[in-house]
Write a protein that binds this ligand. Structure first.
Ligand SMILES: C[S@@+](CC[C@H](N)C(=O)[O-])C[C@H]1O[C@@H](n2cnc3c(N)ncnc32)[C@H](O)[C@@H]1O
Length: 338
């Protein structure tokens, strides 16, 4: 839905639907291993050990959704208090209800406005949040201005291609591996259809491809772990066929896909769709006025151009055009030649 210039998904079910790759226990364990080195230590637990069991006075949870992430953080004893912000009133009221007596305040806001709560925060949490941010420079800059100098910034997010427009060599490997699986084991693969995304969830992966670089303008990397997913995410997400298989057969397919995913990540380190990283405030991040002004203008120009172009940022990719020629008649090869 478009409300003013805000772009957000019309229905919370798009975030909490069934059938994501990490719903499989083996996948969740493998993600833990890639983050922490241990299958039984998830990213929140790993963070607790990495920051030396420090207790945080005030944490800010970006695009908090139904609030399960802050409840998980409270469960580890890391927090004294928290503020959660999100655009969706439906999700915020669910989060408020589930928080019970926990000291969490919820505020509704469009994060792209970067009108952050006034407190100083010593922990910022981005869990599957920043890939929905259209203004990463403005948002990371505002966060840098609001954190204490000894703050931590926890991140676990999709950092893959813009709007899931996977490049040809990547998608072709996904397709080959799917074909190599047997009947009844394959995913009903479909390449993400940009026009549908623009209607159903326009903020999805809106600038995921810029997140890591933009983040490092304002924060330094204390830890960075690529989680991969280039093959496993598209093949295991929404793969209903796998759910119908006997346990041992399903586990053997998942193990095969995860093994291929590991190898692909080793051969293509830049292909990681998901990443875990921890940041610390960059001391001189807000010092260079000229650079800040340049980044601000660059983002303004980019967003204004997209707003005038139906929310599209880039020309259609080769794969989009080949797979969905009717959606891109202007770019489909040979279309106008009679
Ligand atoms: C993938 S969900 C993640 C939610 C939560 N962090 C979690 O891990 O469950 C993305 C969240 O971003 C929120 N969102 C999307 N665009 C937003 C915006 N412009 N401002 C604030 N929240 C936004 C959605 O409402 C949704 O709750």
């Amino acid at each position: 839905v478009s409300e003013g210039h805000v772009i957000a998904a019309p229905d919370a079910a798009v975030y909490y639907g069934d059938g994501y790759w990490n719903d499989f226990g083996t996948v969740a364990a493998e993600i833990n291993r890639r983050v922490s080195g241990r299958v039984d230590c998830n990213s929140v637990e790993y963070f607790r050990t990495r920051c030396g069991d420090r207790r945080f006075a005030r944490a800010l949870f970006l695009n908090c959704g139904n609030g399960w992430v802050e409840r998980e953080f409270f469960g580890t004893g890391l927090l004294d208090s928290a503020v959660g912000v999100d655009y969706s009133e439906a999700l915020l009221s669910e989060a408020r209800q589930l928080a019970g007596d926990l000291p969490i305040r919820y505020e509704r806001m469009d994060i792209n406005e970067a009108q952050l709560p006034r407190e100083r925060f010593d922990l910022i949490v981005n869990y599957a949040a920043c890939h929905h941010v259209a203004r990463p420079d403005r948002v990371f800059r505002a966060i840098r201005a609001t954190v204490t100098d000894d703050a931590w910034f926890f991140n676990h997010d999709y950092v893959g291609p813009h709007r899931n427009q996977y490049p040809f060599p990547h998608w072709s490997r996904v397709w080959e591996l799917n074909n190599a699986l047997g009947n009844g084991q394959q995913s009903p693969l479909s390449y993400p259809h940009l026009p549908t995304m623009l209607v159903s969830d326009p903020s999805e992966a809106v600038h995921s491809e810029l997140t890591l670089d933009t983040f490092q303008r304002y924060f330094t990397m204390a830890v960075q772990r690529p989680i991969g997913g280039a093959l496993a995410y598209p093949l295991l997400t929404f793969n209903r066929a796998l759910k119908r298989l006997p346990d041992d057969e399903r586990e053997s397919i998942i193990a095969r896909v995860l093994q291929a995913d590991r190898e692909f990540l080793l051969d293509h380190p830049d292909s990681s769709l998901f990443s875990f990283w921890l940041g610390r405030p960059r001391v001189d991040a807000l010092a260079d006025e000229m650079m800040l002004d340049r980044w601000r203008r660059e983002e303004d120009v980019r967003e204004e151009a997209a707003a005038a172009n139906g929310g599209r940022y880039y020309p259609p990719t080769l794969l989009q055009t080949l797979i969905y020629p009717d959606a891109f008649p202007e770019a489909a090869p040979g279309r106008d030649q009679t």
